[in-house]
Ligand binder design. Structure first.
Ligand SMILES: [Mg+2]
Length: 314
């Protein structure tokens, strides 16, 4: 079963709040606000899945509330249903123009309120499912590049706020083309799946992320740990992959598969995520390949102060 949805009920009249609460409390987790200010505050704090918003309220009316909600990145995508005694086509049009998904008129007709709320929450659920699928790599089942870019931006900003380091590791399967040529693409796909699994297993904290960035390239993002910790984690997963044997499709002999990695650790110092991190990690990866593969090269701690520091693995 899905976790219960959270619905925020906003109405200045106690009677209406109670009515809606009675109607919906069995099926949903409810949060209640009695004015516009409170509504915005609770929407930001609880991120409800749906908002039932009264139009006529003193001080800040429903139109002002929805404008503010749509203005804020954190609340913009929460669907809003206007609830109102107003009964004119113009008001309805205005509400829908401002981004409301629906309109419920007072006095309430309970079955209709229930059905409309349920329908909108069903589309919320469908949309989330599609979003999730669109953010996963279909071959390996781990996050894809699109997802990575989203998380990279979020974590960049978080580390900027907290002054914490952010590490980026580019992982590339060694001699993958030769492996595919020798053993076939099905075996190659299996290698990618196994490596994806190994990399994912090596991550320890919820904020750590690995994605398939494309082809035989993976990227790991480690926010909030020092460079030494990031290096140790990279080394552990490099080692684990080296230890695995992968059976080739056309060969009885087990074949070693190894990866090379290029890493970089920086403390963000600008608002815009610095994409140079990728090119610097890539340059380190290139260096790891050049030095003989199956190794990790980390970009120097101070930007602009090349060359690389190579991590040894005896
Ligand atoms: Mg009212």
């Amino acid at each position: 079963m899905n976790p219960p949805f959270t619905v925020l009920i906003v109405d200045d009249e106690k009677h209406n709040r109670n009515l809606l609460t009675e109607l919906l409390k069995v099926d949903y987790r409810l949060i209640v606000a009695k004015n516009g200010e409170q509504a915005l505050q609770r929407a930001r704090e609880h991120r409800p899945d749906l908002i039932l918003l009264d139009v006529l309220m003193p001080e800040m009316d429903g139109y002002a509330v929805i404008r503010a909600l749509k203005h804020d990145d954190d609340t913009r995508d929460i669907p809003v249903i206007f609830v109102t005694a107003l009964d004119s086509v113009e008001d309805e049009e205005k509400g829908l123009d401002l981004g409301a998904v629906d309109y419920i008129s007072k006095p309430f007709h309970p079955p209709i309120v229930r059905v409309r709320v349920r329908n909108h929450l069903q589309s919320v659920q469908q949309r989330r499912l599609l979003e999730q699928l669109a953010l996963l790599d279909s071959l390996t089942g781990i996050p894809n590049r699109r997802r990575f870019n989203q998380v990279f931006e979020q974590e960049w900003r978080r580390c900027l706020r907290t002054g914490s380091p952010l590490s980026l590791i580019v992982v590339d399967v060694d001699n993958f083309k030769a492996f595919n040529d020798n053993f076939g693409h099905a075996a190659g796909d299996e290698v990618l799946r196994r490596i994806a699994m190994s990399l994912q297993k090596s991550l320890r904290r919820p904020a750590d992320l690995v994605c398939r960035y494309g082809g035989e390239e993976f990227v790991i993002l480690l926010p909030g740990i020092a460079m030494d910790g990031a290096k140790a984690l990279a080394e552990a997963s490099r080692f684990e992959i080296e230890e695995q044997y992968v059976d080739g499709e056309t060969s009885a002999a087990p074949t070693h598969v190894t990866v090379s990695m290029g890493g970089i650790t920086r403390v963000p110092n600008q608002t815009t995520p610095d994409l140079a991190l990728f090119s610097e990690a890539d340059a380190s990866l290139y260096e790891a390949k050049r030095l003989g593969r199956n190794r990790i090269v980390w970009a120097d701690a101070a930007p602009g102060k090349s060359p690389f520091s190579q991590q040894t693995h005896a």
